[in-house]
Every structure is written in C-alpha cells, then in structure tokens.
Design a protein around this ligand. Structure first.
Ligand code: ZN
Length: 124
C-alpha cells in the first residue's frame, strides 16, 4: 500500500519556518512498510538530522553497533548498505529538493559540514 511521507516531518515544519508542509516537493509516495520502518528508526528527525546522527555514529565508531541493534529496520531501509552508503541513499531518496528547503547548520564542526556537502555534491 502506498502512503504519503513528509520528507521534512509535518510536526517539524513550523519550527523550521516551512509554511506549506504539504507542498508536493515535501511529499513522497512510499510503501507502508518502508514508511513505518523509517519512523520507527528515526521518529520525526529531519533527513539532515538523520545524516548527522549517522555521521556521529560513524565518527565515534558506533555504526556497527547501531546497525546490529536495528538490523531488521536497517535491512528494510538500506539493505546491505554501509552507513556511508545509507547517507547517500538518504540524500537521493529521502530529502526534498533545495528549492523546497535548505538545511542550515551553524553549530556543527567543520568536519561534519565537509562530509555533508560532499554527499550533496555527488547527488544533487
Ligand atoms: Zn512519514
């Protein structure tokens, strides 16, 4: 069954200054199981926050533990992908176009910003 997923979660739009959360650029049709699994694992994080979370896991060498602890969900969302591949997949499949929303990171370290913009350079 196809469901409608908000790439930037509905519940986060107001705080992020997004007026039209139902803009079609923010919506993606995905199958119900994939949708439920995304939110089971990442609740209402924005895709950018998910990438940051994964990056922090990578940086502190917790990625294997995280993937193992959540292996059913990981498999459904990302198959056999590594954490870095999953980040790229998130950029490809789970983020809205920049014309809809551009994330602003002000507090994160330079290393993360470099990592993050590298992901976008490849795919958007
Ligand atoms: Zn959703």
């Amino acid at each position: 069954m196809k469901t409608s997923h908000h790439l930037i979660p509905r519940s986060r739009c107001e705080e992020l200054g997004i007026i039209n959360k139902n803009d079609k650029r923010n919506l993606k049709k995905i199958n119900g199981k994939l949708h439920t699994t995304w939110h089971a694992l990442f609740v209402n994080l924005t895709p950018y926050e998910v990438i940051q979370l994964l990056y922090m896991l990578y940086r502190f060498r917790q990625e294997d533990l995280f993937i193992m602890k959540n292996r059913d969900e990981w498999k459904i969302l990302f198959g056999d992908m590594t954490l870095l591949e999953a980040c790229k997949q998130i950029v490809r499949e789970w983020t809205p176009p920049r014309s809809f929303y551009t994330p602003r990171f002000t507090t994160y370290e330079k290393e993360f910003q470099t990592f993050f913009s590298g992901l976008f350079k490849d795919f958007k």
